[in-house]
Design a protein around this ligand. Structure first.
Ligand SMILES: O=C(O)CCC(=O)C(=O)O
Length: 265
C-alpha cells in the first residue's frame, strides 16, 4: 500500500513513484517473454493495436513500439492488469466502488533507436470519456532512467487544466506551453521519475508528462494500465482507437466486456 505521504504527494503533484520494486524478477521476466511473443505474433491472441508510434515499421531508425490492450493477447498481462497490490494502490489515489481498465499500453523504446514520447496530457487524448480522474499505473520492465528514457512529469500540472491547448515539446525536450492558460501560481518545472525494474509510478489523467529518446544500449520496456473510476462516462462525440469496443450510449458509464472490472472482484 502507499503511505499517507505518498498519497498526499500524488494529490499535490499529479504523480508518485513507489521506490522499491513491486514485481519479482520472475514476474518481470514473464512479462518480458510475453511481450516478445506478442511482438513476434506467437502469443495466444492478438492485442487491440501494435504499431510504431513514431511512424513507419518496427525496423525503422526511430521506434516506440506501442501496444494497446496487450491483456487481450497474453494471460500474463490479463493477470497483471488485475494485480491486487497495484489495484489497491490505484484505489487509494482514485477512491471508487468500481475500478475498470480503460485500456493498457506498452511503450517500448528499443536500444539505440527508441525515440521520444512528446509532452502531453492523457485526458485530451481520450476524448471519448469524462472526467479526467483516471489513474495510470506505469510499471518498468527495465530500469527506467534518464539514460534510456524514463518518464518526466511537471509537478502540479494536473491542477492547472484538464486540457492545455497546444502543449508540445521544445528542441531541448522541455515542455512547450501557453503561459496565458496557466494559473498565476503555476511553476513549470520538470521532474524525472526514474523507476527500477518491477517498480511502479502512478499519474493522474491531466498531468503533463513525456519521455525522451533511448540512445542507450539498454531497452526501455514498460506497461501502463489506465484505470477508470466508476463515474467515468462515455462521450460519443469523441473518437479513439478503442471506439470499436465501446457498446454503451453517450453519457453512460463506460463499461463492457473490453473494460474489465478489477475492483471489486
Ligand atoms: O511509457 C512512456 O514513455 C509514456 C507513457 C505514457 O504516456 C502514459 O502511460 O500515459
Amino acid at each position: 500500500m502507499l503511505t499517507e505521504e505518498q498519497v498526499a504527494f500524488y494529490h499535490a503533484n499529479g504523480y508518485v513513484t513507489t521506490g522499491e520494486p513491486l514485481l519479482s524478477a520472475a514476474e518481470v521476466q514473464a512479462l518480458r517473454d510475453a511481450l516478445d511473443q506478442v511482438i513476434a505474433g506467437t502469443s495466444p491472441d492478438r492485442p487491440h493495436l501494435l504499431r510504431n508510434m513514431a511512424g513507419g515499421g518496427l525496423d525503422s531508425d526511430k521506434v516506440v513500439v506501442q501496444i494497446v490492450n496487450i491483456w487481450q493477447a497474453h494471460p500474463a498481462y490479463r493477470e497483471h492488469i488485475a494485480r491486487p497490490d497495484i489495484v489497491a494502490m490505484a484505489l487509494q489515489l482514485a477512491p471508487t466502488d468500481t475500478l475498470r481498465v480503460w485500456h493498457d499500453q506498452i511503450q517500448y523504446k528499443p536500444p539505440n533507436v527508441g525515440t521520444s514520447t512528446h509532452w502531453h496530457q492523457d485526458f485530451p487524448a481520450w476524448p471519448v470519456l469524462t472526467p479526467a480522474d483516471l489513474v495510470t499505473a506505469w510499471v518498468a520492465l527495465d530500469d527506467a532512467t534518464m539514460v534510456n528514457g524514463c518518464l518526466r512529469f511537471v509537478p502540479g500540472s494536473h491542477r492547472w487544466s484538464d486540457k492545455h491547448v497546444g502543449l508540445g515539446t521544445n528542441d531541448d525536450f522541455s515542455p512547450q506551453y501557453d503561459p496565458a492558460q496557466l494559473p498565476p501560481q503555476a511553476n513549470v518545472e520538470v521532474m524525472p521519475a526514474e523507476v527500477p525494474t518491477g517498480g511502479v509510478s502512478f499519474h493522474h489523467g491531466a498531468t503533463w508528462h513525456a519521455s525522451a529518446p533511448n540512445p542507450s544500449p539498454i531497452p526501455r520496456r514498460a506497461i501502463a494500465v489506465h484505470y477508470m473510476p466508476a463515474h467515468t462516462r462515455y462521450v460519443a462525440a469523441g473518437s479513439h482507437v478503442m471506439d470499436t469496443r465501446i457498446t454503451v450510449s453517450d453519457g453512460e458509464v463506460l463499461a463492457g466486456e473490453y473494460f474489465p472490472v478489477v475492483h471489486p472482484r
